[in-house]
Design a protein around this ligand. Structure first.
Ligand code: MN
Length: 707
């Protein structure tokens, strides 16, 4: 065993002995799992999870989080499953480790600034449990502290990710100390030269101003004591990165930034803060407009303090922050301070509830109404409950509403992609279009040029963009198909009057369009297809306008029926009451807004309408050339025996037909009834299917269902 690495109880003084011994068990487990692995520095790998756990111990995190920190790289590196981990260390620990591993898998790639915010949100949303983020931040902190051994290119990538993603998250969660340390380390690795120069300058400036700072601090201490207050006064060190940022952003020289002396005054309670402020303002003249009361109005991350700036004894500005001890802890440790300073003996769940509440308020989330008893069992915080963040194949992150599907994603990428999508690859796996996307999914859309939007998509898309585009496409498609059908209906009507569409000249068209109050010929044809206008009426109108047409004797042409191919699209529907197939005698009905509905000639459902409203009905015939398959319904009486359905289904397949749907009556009698919808080319094909089925001994009766 490596003596240099061992779990030292002094880092976890707040743990109960039983908790510590369980932690030691996790340590031995992790050490065994990482045995033989070394870090880039050459150290045994276990040194890393150990250091991460000690950082978390400094934040007084609970033993579940500490255990998870010890094991945080085990799922990734060793061949242990989440299930095994749950069995050994509990479900909670396994979930935490799994959460950290998931965050590890996603890498920030984009250089775009706007993408960084999305990425941060995605991480927070994926974490779900705030402890996952805290473990991840401690992990990143240790990796940054030991970045020296890593090759330069990777070092820069990690430093940039830290600067843009992890430091702002630490800031957002109020972990001030972590925030500043991550920034310093990232800056040092991104700009080593600038860092070195500024660090040296900071060091010598500190030496130069030591005396001045000491005197000012003493003067402040004395004045506050005269006011009868107990206070700790500390000179504030300037961070290298924040100096650099001030120089760049405010166009200041190094000495201008460093001429500002900073102090922090810690007092016992809130009233003392305001008293100390009064004391300071009586000592040095305040600079107008610099006073800020973050006690009355805390910052979004929970930070509280009074800020003021004074004209110091040497003429330069003196900045002072005044706060209580408790405010100081929140300022330094943010969310972690709730674990850190929980009162002795208070149950963990209370602390967690408080943390949750605090997080909710700082993230400006609406707190759930009332239901506090089932608030949480553990610190599960859905930080962005209304959004999911997913990757495009190029690594862009896009935000979609929660519940969004592959189709929503496709339309987000581009309308054309949405209109022609057929499937999606989610994390490399082929998935159906209705698949709901989850945080961190990498999505790729598969398109096909012949593919079109399906009305069924409207049932599950979540985005307005997808919905509007699908609706628009379907409407346009229906319009075009209706116009095509309208042309055929009109031609039929003209043929029964001894003419044809080809015989109509443009002038007659124009006048007829005008008479019919349509905007264009296309619109008039679409109206015909949709049943808004009657073909016979328009045909007569056209002929009236055709010159010389009046005097000709008109002989109805033969074969003036509209040919039905079954592939007309939405403009032509086969009635579901009688399910006509080629070979059946058929008749067409034109109803307003429905287009042409084709019924079997003997369909009982339409008998009365044919007698009462003859104008609605047109002659139709099957196009002999049609190659489509049509649905036909069959009812079978079958011996109630095991394997009967399989034998029937096999026979249907043998006869070259597909089964569209099947259902069975739920009875336990000797015979049962099976309902099939099969696909056939025509009546002859259907007859062949029926003949084959008769050969199955279980089948006692077969009926084609036509209503
Ligand atoms: Mn790690």
């Amino acid at each position: 065993m490596d003596v240099a690495h061992a779990l030292d109880p002094s880092h976890f003084p707040y743990l109960k002995p039983a908790e510590f011994s369980r932690l030691a068990e996790a340590y031995r487990y992790s050490e065994a799992a990482h045995l033989g692995q070394v870090r880039q520095s050459g150290e045994a790998y276990i040194s890393h999870p150990l250091a991460v756990t000690e950082i978390l111990g400094g934040w007084h995190l609970d033993s579940q989080a500490l255990t998870a920190a010890l094991l945080h790289d085990v799922l990734e590196d060793a061949a242990i499953s989440k299930e095994e981990m749950a069995q050994s260390f509990g479900r909670q620990v396994a979930e935490l480790v799994d959460g950290v591993s998931k965050l590890d898998k996603i890498e920030f790639q984009s250089a775009e600034h706007a993408q960084a915010e999305n990425f941060r949100k995605m991480l927070l949303a994926m974490a779900r449990d705030v402890r996952v983020i805290l473990i991840k931040l401690a992990d990143r902190l240790h990796n940054m502290r030991t970045l020296g051994a890593v090759p330069p290119a990777k070092r820069r990538r990690i430093a940039r990710e830290t600067m843009e993603i992890y430091a702002p998250i630490a800031n957002r969660l109020g972990l001030n100390a972590v925030f500043h340390e991550l920034q310093e380390l990232a800056f040092e690795n991104l700009h080593p030269m600038r860092f070195r120069v500024l660090a040296l300058a900071t060091q010598s400036a500190r030496g130069n101003r030591r005396e001045a700072v000491g005197r000012t601090a003493a003067a402040i201490r004395n004045r506050i004591a005269e006011y009868g207050l107990d206070a700790t006064v500390i000179g504030r060190e300037k961070h290298v990165y924040s100096t650099y940022k001030k120089m760049v952003e405010k166009h200041l020289s190094f000495s201008e930034v460093h001429d500002i002396h900073g102090f922090r005054v810690l007092v016992k309670d809130q009233p003392a803060c305001y008293l100390a402020l009064g004391a300071l303002h009586s000592l040095y003249k305040p600079i107008p407009g610099k006073f800020k009361d973050y006690i009355a109005i805390p910052k979004a991350n929970g930070y509280q303090s009074l800020h003021t700036a004074l004209i110091g004894p040497y003429g330069g500005p003196v900045e002072v922050q005044i706060r209580t001890e408790k405010m100081h802890r929140v300022a330094e440790s943010g969310v972690a301070s709730h674990w850190m300073y929980k009162e002795e003996g208070s149950p963990l769940s209370d602390v967690q509830k408080e943390t949750h509440r605090w997080l909710q308020s700082l993230l400006d989330l609406q707190s759930q109404s009332g239901d506090s008893h089932e608030f949480l069992e553990h610190v599960k915080v859905d930080l962005f409950p209304d959004e999911v963040y997913v990757f495009t194949p190029k690594g862009r992150i896009i935000s979609l509403p929660r519940g969004a599907t592959v189709v929503d994603f496709a339309y987000f990428v581009h309308t054309d992609v949405g209109n022609s999508c057929v499937a999606g690859k989610v994390n490399g796996e082929l998935m159906p279009l209705r698949t709901e996307l989850r945080n961190g999914d990498r999505v790729e859309i598969i398109t096909a040029s012949h593919s079109r939007p399906n009305p069924a998509w409207l049932q599950y898309v979540r985005t307005g963009k997808a919905r509007a585009n699908i609706r628009h496409f379907l409407k346009t498609m229906q319009y075009e198909e209706s116009a095509q059908l309208g042309l055929r209906l009109l031609d039929q009507a003209l043929k029964t009057l001894g003419s044809a569409v080809t015989a109509i000249d443009d002038a007659s068209w124009e006048r007829t369009v005008r008479d019919s109050v349509a905007r264009s010929r296309q619109e008039l044809l679409a109206d015909l297809g949709l049943g808004k206008q009657l073909p016979a009426v328009i045909a007569r109108r056209l002929l009236r306008h055709t010159e010389g047409g009046r005097d000709e004797a008109r002989v109805p042409a033969k074969g003036s029926s509209v040919l039905i191919r079954g592939t007309e699209g939405v403009a032509v529907q086969l009635a579901s009451c009688c399910r006509p197939i080629p070979g059946d005698r058929i008749v067409g009905s034109i109803k307003k807004g429905q287009g042409l509905v084709v019924h079997a000639d003997d369909c009982r459902a339409v008998k009365r309408s044919r007698k009462n409203e003859p104008d609605q009905w047109v002659d139709v015939e099957w196009d002999p050339a049609t190659t489509k398959l049509f649905p036909a319904a069959l009812k079978l009486m079958v011996t109630n025996q095991r394997g009967a359905l399989a034998r029937v289904a096999a026979e249907i397949g043998e006869a070259g037909s597909n089964i569209d749907s099947v259902s069975m009556d739920d009875d336990r009698a000797v015979y049962t009834t099976m309902h099939f919808v099969v696909e056939v080319a025509n009546r002859r094909h259907l007859a062949r299917v029926i003949r084959s089925l008769r050969r199955v001994s279980d089948v006692k009766r077969i009926v084609r269902v036509k209503d």
